[in-house]
Design a protein around this ligand. Structure first.
Ligand SMILES: NC(=O)c1ccc[n+]([C@@H]2O[C@H](COP(=O)([O-])OP(=O)(O)OC[C@H]3O[C@@H](n4cnc5c(N)ncnc54)[C@H](O)[C@@H]3O)[C@@H](O)[C@H]2O)c1
Length: 308
């Protein structure tokens, strides 16, 4: 854990669309003293570091460089957004196996130099990658965190807010489960300062479908999503670095959560300097519990398919 004299350091591994936007967001918001960029494509990391350094004349003081794994040694947070895309004819499971192999190699290298930081995973499928990284690292689950359904929850709140003409920050509503197709909206606890959200069933369904399918829509238009996920990752880093104890829907290890264990899923968690301090047990209704079990089964099957 950082002492007062220590400089705050964040390492971003994988500075593609998500990683570079996240690094830039963290820089603009002056979240750290030192920002290290690592990528298999070293030229990209060097170019991004140069580009960001040239902006420092307009920003607060920070040091940004294209580094290597030994720079993880004094990192408070290591964000992993590395990944490879599907090859023609490659199955989703084979792609997943390749990405898990990349993560194993990244985790091995990080662990050589860092023993007490926090690993923050964004690469997809984020719940599976977080689970494997936790297993591989041998670190306490509290310090291996996935971005989970924080982005989906932000999209959900935005769409509810837009529908009701309310600031999304004032909407209390959660998406939980997988970050992906089997995620679920917790309508039973959606409210505005305790007063019920008045929407028709049809509006609710449309809002949920637009939330769940948002990434597909954005990828169809511009090939990747990166601004909102960068803000979500910045939000998690801030909760950690400022020891906020904020409630954020991150991906974490479940231990008898409505009967579900041994899987990572997105749930409201208290996030502070220790990582995930506590997973909050939402009093979800029976239908929501069934959907959460289905989501868990899906992630467990994926984990099994690549472990074979
Ligand atoms: N969790 C979320 O909510 C969320 C949102 C958007 C995207 N994502 C995921 O984030 C990941 C990155 O997306 P992107 O659009 O930035 O992809 P991208 O292809 O633009 O970037 C991936 C980067 O990883 C690098 N890389 C590959 N192998 C590496 C290795 N072994 N070591 C270091 N770097 C390596 C590549 O060189 C590339 O720069 C994807 O898995 C994507 O699905 C997650």
């Amino acid at each position: 854990m950082a002492s007062f004299s220590k400089k705050t350091r964040i390492v971003v591994i994988g500075v593609g669309a998500v990683g570079s936007t996240t690094a830039y967001t963290l820089l603009l918001r002056e979240r750290m003293d030192e920002l290290v960029l690592i990528d298999a494509n070293r030229a990209k990391a060097i170019g991004d570091a140069l580009d960001m350094n040239h902006g420092l004349a307009f920003l607060g003081k920070a040091k940004v460089w294209a580094g290597d794994y030994k720079d993880c040694d004094r990192a408070d947070i290591i964000i992993i957004t590395a990944g490879v895309a599907q090859k023609p004819g490659e199955s989703r499971v084979d792609l997943l196996k390749r990405n898990v192999a990349i993560f194993e190699s990244i985790t091995d290298q990080v662990l050589q130099f860092n023993k007490d930081g926090i690993l923050l995973i964004a690469s997809n499928p984020v719940d599976v990658m977080s689970f494997f990284t936790w297993k591989k690292s041998g670190w306490p689950w509290q310090r291996v965190i996935g971005s989970g359904t924080l982005l989906d929850t932000a999209r959900f709140r935005f769409l509810i807010g837009e529908n009701l003409a309310i600031d999304p920050r004032s909407v209390h509503a959660h998406i939980i489960g997988e970050h992906g197709d089997s995620e679920l909206p917790v309508w039973s606890h959606a409210n505005l300062a305790g007063s019920a959200i008045e929407l028709s069933d049809e509006d609710k369904l449309n809002i949920f479908h637009s939330t769940r399918d948002a990434a597909y829509r954005i990828i169809e238009t511009k090939g990747a999503t990166y601004y909102a996920i960068a803000l979500a990752l910045d939000r998690i880093c801030t909760a950690i670095l400022k020891n906020e104890a904020s409630v954020l829907n991150v991906s974490t290890l479940l231990n008898n959560y409505h009967g579900i264990s041994d899987v990572y899923l997105g749930l409201p968690c208290i996030v502070d300097r220790s990582g995930v301090r506590e997973v909050l047990k939402m009093n979800i209704n029976e239908t929501e519990q069934q959907l959460l079990h289905q989501s868990s089964d899906k992630i467990k099957n994926l984990i099994r398919s690549i472990s074979m």
